[in-house]
Design a protein around this ligand. Sequence first.
Ligand code: FEO
Length: 397
Amino acid sequence: MRPVEIAKGIYDVGVNDWNIQDFHGYSTPLGTSYNAFLIVDEKVALVDTVKKEFADQLIANIEKVLDPRKIDYMISNHTEMDHTGSLARVMHRIGEDKPVYCSKMGFKNLGLHFPQKLNYQPVTDGQELRLGKRTLAFLETRMLHWPDSMFTYIKEDQILLSSDAFGQHFAGFEKYDDVIGDAIMPHAQKYFANILLPYAPLIVKLVEKVTQMGLPIRMICPDHGVLWRKDPGKIIEAYVRWSKQTPRRKAVLVYDTMWHSTEQMADAIGAGLHAEGVSVRPMYLRKWHRSDVLTEVLDAKAVVVGSPTLNNGLFPTVSDFLTYMKGLKPQGKIGAAFGSYGWSGEATKLITRELEAMQFEMLEPVRQQYVPAQKGLEESFEFGRAIGRRICDQVPE
Ligand code: FEO
């Protein structure tokens, strides 16, 4: 239930989106939340809004604290519409002449999203805004994960309103890390792997910058999921670890199959990897969502991709997966392709070409015509072992 007073005079007035199952191509079986923060001081500020269809709920949550017309400043940390879809409605309610603080790129991007001319006030990195007892400091976080992204830091409370960073797609009555416990970490990891992975080098630099600035952080409040109040350092450390993409002795073995031949090869390859001491689980693309597979890719050393040849090409699910993975730019992986074919057999070449374009270190592919006989399965097993040895050569135990 909102609002939740997360610190004295600071409220989360956002909403839970319990039923969303697909967030622009990312599976969200536990829904998500759109957090928005109302800071009540001599001046009142609202940081971020929510998705358009939840505007009424957001306004009702604000009304439980104060009359929305008492809001003096709107702050937009990020232009993406899950946080700005209600902006026009909110501004209509609080007063369209009120300033909307945003980054320089936010100024540009808000104008490209919404025709309505609002009183946009672009801020510079480090600029401050006094509310009375409290001071807000704006911290540009360009490309984390949009050009317009920024954080708002409440200095006196040592609270970082971190926009998408450190979020999780999770809707629940559990509002804080200490309430939900470690059960939230897989959701944070999935969120990182599917949203922030392409910007991993920037995250390392950002953490260094914040460390050099010596900003004390008592609480991190992202715009999605639970707030980190017990141990904000834990999610920062996890982000640094995930950003480095330090691999384990682990392979992702992902495939689709037509008449179970590529599936049989996957099983044999998996057994070969396991025989070399590599952690692996075959992931059938019609049962595993691409976003769950990518979560596994994060700490894997190898990605092994199988497809039958269909009409001289790849199976559509495999093309989908490769396109998705390419955009997320995983680094430092070994790649390998396999698959069954009937007469032309292009699939393994096509997979190899795609993985090479992602700078994967490739092994020669393995393919079997129609149905793999015992010899074909043995070859697949040995292929798995060869991949396993390559992983173990590069990843210490
Ligand atoms: Fe939650 Fe990039 O929006």
